[in-house]
Design a protein around this ligand. Structure first.
Ligand code: KG4
Ligand code: ZN
Length: 342
């Protein structure tokens, strides 16, 4: 089964072809990072216009990379939320037009469910159910119990900033430009994580929620006193900040695994590409004996292969969207049914 995935929820215009929900035949991502970097963050209106300009060439490229013609596809899966409304509309309307013109089934995919599905894009072992998912992206930070595909329960989430947002805001404060996550990750590799003392927000002992705004304020206050560090001191600062975020993510994941009696953790979303987090979780998995699954970095950040993978799973369960498929910028993870009909 060949499913075309389309993803335009934020600042990546992406299309991919996935075979049988596992094998990536083509994976094209046109990033808008350079366009938004000049504004210091994603500008929604600019994102929509960029998607409009890029979506058709990206689609053509994906189908050609897969060695296929559009007529060979079995279904079209598209992100319909959550995300930026104008950005989502470009992908959804394109997918509808394509489905209509080709007479192919259309599937609406939740972007967050897509992130959760990225770990299945492999010929190697895949996680068993039930498992715990740590979703860490630019817009979300959440611990989710996944009982089976499509059946999830939110155990905890951020009360303020998402982990990726904290990386990006601190990156900006440090003068690293947008997006800060990748740059902090790179600098942190040569820094001392113990150099700067920063707070760890662990509100209540048994709680599975996160909070990163206190850490961001602590960074801003400190930088106001000391100025932005340079050279090795900058690397040390990045390593210390990254360690503070990673520490909380790892501790809460361990607590959630224990509390839920689960022995499998999957990690997804852009921040799952972070080397500090990957290393710390690998060490925790060794120490505690839980199975750990993290997709390769390019499948952690936004891509359309994950949308095609989730779309395939929904398609196999008989779910289809009509040509009246709507976008929902605030779509929560648990909602699947109302968007999808026979
Ligand atoms: O999942 P994603 O591509 O888009 C959303 O759905 O939000 O995540 C983007 C976020 C950004 O905040 C970016 O700074 C962060 O993921 N990110 C990273 C790294 N790569 C991307 N954060 C820390 N370390 C990284 N290596
Ligand atoms: Zn995402």
């Amino acid at each position: 089964m060949l499913v075309l995935g389309i993803e335009t929820s934020c600042d990546e215009t992406a299309a991919a072809v996935v075979e049988d929900g596992r094998r990536v035949r083509a994976d094209v991502v046109a990033s808008q990072i350079l366009v938004h970097a000049q504004y210091g963050g994603v500008v929604p209106e600019v994102a929509s216009r960029q998607h409009l300009a890029t979506i058709v060439p990206v689609l053509r490229r994906a189908v050609a990379d897969a060695g296929l013609a559009f007529a060979d596809l079995d279904a079209i899966a598209v992100t319909c939320g959550p995300g930026l409304v104008g950005a989502l509309l470009v992908g959804v309307e394109t997918a509808k037009s394509l489905a209509f013109a080709l007479g192919k089934p259309l599937i609406g995919v939740n972007h967050l469910a897509g992130h959760l599905a990225a770990v299945f894009l492999t010929d190697d072992a895949v996680p068993k159910f039930p498992h715990l998912a740590l979703l860490v992206s630019g817009g979300h930070t959440a611990l989710i119990r996944v009982d089976e595909p499509g059946r999830t329960r939110l155990l905890g989430s951020t009360r303020d900033d998402a982990a990726g947002e904290a990386f990006d805001k601190v990156g900006k404060l440090l003068g690293l430009g947008y997006p800060g996550g990748v740059k902090i990750d790179k600098l942190a590799a040569t820094g001392d994580p113990g150099a700067v003392e920063l707070p760890r927000a662990l509100p209540a002992r048994d709680d599975l929620d996160f909070s990163f705004s206190g850490l961001k304020t602590a960074v801003a206050t400190r930088l106001a006193q000391t100025g932005v560090p340079e050279a090795q001191a900058l690397a040390d600062f990045c390593a210390s900040f990254q360690a503070a975020v990673v520490d909380v993510l790892v501790r809460k994941s361990r607590r959630a695994l224990q509390r839920e009696g689960l022995d499998t953790l999957i990690v997804c979303g852009g921040v799952a590409a972070n080397r500090g987090l990957r290393n710390a979780l690998a060490a925790a998995s060794q120490a505690d004996g839980f199975a750990l699954f993290i997709p390769p970095p390019k499948r952690c950040t936004d891509n359309a292969a994950m949308i095609a993978a989730e779309g395939t799973a929904l398609f196999q369960r008989g779910q289809r969207a009509g040509l009246d498929l709507a976008v929902d910028p605030g779509l929560p993870l648990e909602v699947g049914q109302p968007l999808i009909r026979d």
